[in-house]
Design a protein around this ligand. Structure first.
Ligand SMILES: NC(=O)CC[C@H](N)C(=O)O
Length: 308
């Protein structure tokens, strides 16, 4: 370890202790019963650096459901496949509404605001299903994530997928609504099933931080995404990655990030680091409460910010 790594490592150990002492964990996502059973008082973090080192704190090896963090990897796959054509079907603006809102979909005639709210992510998954079965589409996302992390030990938690399938009435409504506007090509149940399984990918912080290296464009990252695609994905993460909490997150942290209701958070310091944080208690926006605080503290300590 270099001197800089040692200082950052010490910061991480102190942060882990502070977060646990604070004990202000938030609420777990109980609308997916399998996630509702998780103890919110948990925290893990991993930072993958440009030289290939990974620094960790707390429960960095504990696997969790990445949920909406998977939308970043699905978007990367689709941009690789059809590029700019995606934007005919999905917008690039923050929605200012909850992640599972249906409100704007009627007003805007079935074209979701962005690829990270559920409606937009369902269209991205539909695009992945063009010419593929649900099994093949899932295999493609998993292959991308495994290649990005350079780790084949990444899988789908079937119990979480089954749990969401039983209670996912809002997403069921969204796929049918999209279909009624002609913005869904595959059968609605195929899109829903694929999306739910993609969200149920399980990773630990080390694996997620390593996978995020391709979005951060780190020197050590496998060459899976062009620099232009990296920039585009980072721009979406910055403006839409935390849903209606994106402005607050940009203000407090100043780095592109994507959250999931499993409590995962992938934060990107372009060219410098890919950071994965997990703490399953959520704030009112459905983003990890302690994860956001940890990202804010890291940004203060390192000065990493896309705003200079
Ligand atoms: N914000 C999230 O992580 C939501 C993902 C979850 N699978 C859902 O569709 O509701």
């Amino acid at each position: 370890m270099t001197r800089d790594h040692m200082t950052l490592d010490q910061f991480l150990q102190d942060l882990d202790r502070d977060i646990r002492a604070k004990g202000d964990w938030g609420e777990v996502a109980d609308y997916i019963p399998e996630l509702g059973r998780i103890d919110p008082a948990q925290f893990g973090m991993a930072i993958a650096l440009a030289d290939g080192q990974v620094l960790t704190a707390g429960q960095a090896g504990h696997r969790f459901s990445i949920q909406s963090v998977s939308k970043v990897f699905a978007l990367a796959c689709v941009l690789g496949r059809i590029g700019e054509q995606l934007w005919r079907r999905v917008g690039r603006e923050p929605s200012g509404d909850r992640f599972d809102s249906i409100l704007l979909l009627e007003q805007e005639k079935g074209r979701p605001r962005n690829p990270f709210i559920n409606a937009g992510a369902l269209v991205v998954t539909d695009e992945l299903l063009t010419g593929r079965s649900p099994r093949q589409a899932l295999a493609e996302i998993l292959a991308f994530v495994r290649a990005a992390a350079e780790d084949d030990d990444i899988h789908i938690d079937k119990a979480v997928a089954r749990s969401e399938a039983r209670t996912g009435h809002r997403n069921t409504a969204l796929v049918h609504y999209l279909r009624s506007f002609g913005n869904l090509k595959a059968p609605p149940d195929h899109v829903l099933g694929t999306y739910i399984h993609q969200c149920a990918i399980e990773m630990n912080c080390v694996q997620l931080a390593r996978a995020g290296r391709v979005i951060a464009g780190l020197d050590c990252a496998p060459a899976l995404l062009s620099p232009v695609k990296q920039r585009r994905i980072n721009a979406m993460m910055m403006t839409c990655g935390q849903y209606d909490g994106s402005g607050n997150f940009a203000f407090r942290v100043g780095m592109p990030a994507k959250s999931g209701v499993g409590g995962g958070l992938l934060v990107i310091a372009p060219g410098k680091a890919s950071i994965a944080i997990w703490s399953p208690g959520l704030d009112g926006w459905g983003n990890s409460r302690m994860g956001t605080l940890a990202a804010e503290r890291l940004a203060e300590f390192t000065g990493w910010s896309v705003f200079g």
